[in-house]
Design a protein around this ligand. Structure first.
Ligand SMILES: *Cc1c(COP(=O)(O)O)cnc(C)c1O
Length: 429
C-alpha cells in the first residue's frame, strides 16, 4: 500500500495489493505454472537472480507473492513467502539456516506436528534439538546453548498447551548468543500479537488456521523482520554469508541485504529444490480469509472468554486453561503480549479423565470433533488420542498435554449457543 500509515485492521483488508486503474479489485488468481519471455537473456537474468520476475510457480507465483506481501505487512516484516503448509514453513525457516551437525533450541510446548518434525525427522538429518520449558529462566535458556546452536524456536501461544511464551526474554537470550528467535505466531495472529515488536527475528504461520479461517486451504507462511544481521556471524550462517555455487556464487546478504537475504535464499534455493509451494488457488482463499481476520479474531476471543468463564464455574470441570482468563497462569504474559485478546482456543479437563472427556465430546452438537482448530466453526479434540498420540506420558507432560485435556476451539457462532451446547453435553457425562 502507499506510505500512509494505517491500522492493522485496514492492512487485513487492503494490504499487499493496490490495483492500478482498470485492474481487478480482487487479487487475481494467476493459474499458470510458467511465464513467457521475449529473449533467452531476459530469462537467464531471472535464473541468475540478476532481475526479479516470475519464471516458474514452484519458486514464485504472483498470487502467492501478493498474499505473502499482505501477511508481511501485517507482521511488520521486510519479506515473506508462502509455503504449502505450516509444517513446511517451520521446516524451511529452520533448514534455511541449519544443516547436518547443527543444533536448535526449542520450547517443549509446541504443536505436536512440529515436535515430531524436530525430534524425529530433522534428527534424521542430523539437526539436533534441545527442548526447554516454555517457562525457562534466562539461566536455563543460556545453559541449553552449544557452539553449533543456530536458532531458538517457540510458539506465541502453544498449541494445544496454551502457554504464552515470554518472547522478549527468549529474544534477548537468543541475541546475546548470536542467533535468531523464530516464533510460530499461528494462534495469536498478527492481529493480537506482532512478535517482531518484542524482538523476534523470523515469524512463521500455519495459515491453515485463523488466517484462512474457514478450514478451506492448507498453507503456511514465513516472514522475516529484516533485523537479524547475519553478516555479523558469517561462520555461523555460511549459507547466507558465503557464495552460493548454485547461483553463480552470489552471496545472499551482500546481494539482497539483511532485509531480503533470508527469504530470497529460502525461495531461490529451498523452494527450487524441495518445491513445497502454495498453489495460487489456496493463496487466493487465504487472501479472502485475511480480509476478515481482525473481525473474526475479536469474536473468537469474545466467545472463548465467555466459554472459559462458564467452564471455570462448572462442577464437572476439573481445570480450565485460557490465557485471557483472569487467574490463568499466563494471564499476565497474555496481557503484556496480547492486550486485545489471545485466541479462540481453550483447554480444560472433564472430571473423570479420559473416558469422561470422550463422552463429553460425543454429546456436543455444535462443537465438532476434528483434528482442525482455529476456524469459523467450533471444533474440539482430545490431543492425547489424536495429534499427540506419538508421545509417551513423559513427552506429553513436557508438551503440557495431560490425558484428560480437551482442546476446544471456539468458532464465531453465537456464544450463548456454544455455552448451551456445552452445558447440555456436560449434563450427559
Ligand atoms: C497446525 C499448526 C502447524 C502445522 O500447520 P499445517 O498447516 O497443519 O501444516 C504448525 N504450528 C502450529 C502452531 C499449528 O497450530
Amino acid at each position: 500500500m502507499d506510505k500512509r500509515k494505517v491500522d492493522i485492521e485496514t492492512v487485513c483488508v487492503q494490504g499487499g495489493y493496490s490495483p492500478k486503474s482498470g485492474e481487478p479489485r480482487q487479487i487475481p488468481i494467476i493459474q499458470s505454472t510458467t511465464f513467457k519471455y521475449a529473449t533467452s537473456e531476459d530469462m537467464g537474468r531471472l535464473f541468475d537472480l540478476e532481475a526479479s520476475g516470475y519464471f516458474y510457480s514452484r519458486l514464485q507465483n504472483p498470487t502467492c507473492d501478493t498474499v505473502a506481501a499482505r501477511i508481511c505487512e501485517l507482521e511488520g516484516g521486510t519479506a515473506a513467502m508462502l509455503t504449502s503448509s505450516g509444517q513446511a514453513a517451520n521446516f524451511f525457516a529452520i533448514f534455511n539456516i541449519a544443516g547436518a551437525g547443527d543444533h536448535i533450541i526449542s520450547s517443549s510446548a509446541i504443536y505436536g506436528g512440529s515436535y515430531n518434525l524436530f525430534a524425529v525427522t530433522m534428527k534424521r538429518m542430523d539437526i539436533e534439538f534441545t527442548f526447554v520449558s516454555p517457562d525457562a529462566t534466562r539461566e536455563e535458556l543460556l545453559s541449553a546453548f552449544r557452539p553449533n546452536t543456530k536458532a531458538v524456536f517457540g510458539e506465541t501461544i502453544a498449541n494445544p498447551a496454551l502457554n504464552v511464551l515470554d518472547i522478549e526474554l527468549f529474544a534477548e537470550v537468543a541475541h546475546q548468543m548470536g542467533v535468531p528467535l523464530i516464533i510460530d505466531n499461528t494462534f495469536a495472529t498478527p492481529v493480537n500479537c506482532r512478535p517482531f515488536e518484542w524482538g523476534a527475528d523470523i515469524v512463521t504461520h500455519s495459515t491453515t488456521k485463523y488466517m484462512d479461517g474457514h478450514g478451506s486451504a492448507v498453507g503456511g507462511c514465513i516472514v522475516d523482520s529484516g533485523r537479524f544481521d547475519w553478516s555479523r556471524y558469517p561462520e555461523k550462517f555460511p549459507g547466507l554469508c558465503t557464495p552460493d555455487d548454485s547461483y553463480h556464487g552470489i552471496t545472499y546478504v551482500e546481494k539482497f541485504g539483511v532485509e531480503g537475504a533470508f527469504i530470497t535464499k529460502c525461495t531461490a534455493q529451498l523452494m527450487r529444490d524441495f518445491g513445497c509451494t502454495q498453489s495460487p488457488q489456496s493463496a487466493f482463499l487465504l487472501g479472502l480469509g485475511l480480509e476478515s481476520l481482525h473481525v473474526r479474531m475479536e469474536r473468537h476471543c469474545e466467545n472463548a472468554l465467555a466459554v472459559a468463564t462458564f467452564l471455570s464455574k462448572h462442577e464437572k470441570i476439573s481445570w480450565v486453561r485460557y490465557p485471557s482468563l483472569e487467574g490463568d497462569k499466563y494471564y499476565e504474559l497474555a496481557r503484556k503480549y496480547m492486550p486485545k485478546g489471545s485466541c479462540g482456543v481453550i483447554s480444560f479437563g472433564v472430571k473423570g479423565g479420559r473416558a469422561a472427556a470422550e463422552k463429553f465430546m460425543k454429546e456436543l452438537r455444535l462443537g465438532a470433533i476434528e483434528t482442525h482448530v482455529a476456524d469459523a466453526r467450533t471444533c474440539c479434540l482430545h490431543p492425547a488420542s489424536a495429534t499427540h498420540r506419538q508421545m509417551n506420558d513423559e513427552e506429553l507432560l513436557a508438551a503440557g498435554v495431560s490425558a484428560d485435556l480437551v482442546r476446544y476451539s471456539c468458532g464465531i457462532e453465537n456464544k450463548d449457543d456454544l455455552i448451551a451446547d456445552i452445558a447440555a453435553a456436560l449434563d450427559k457425562v
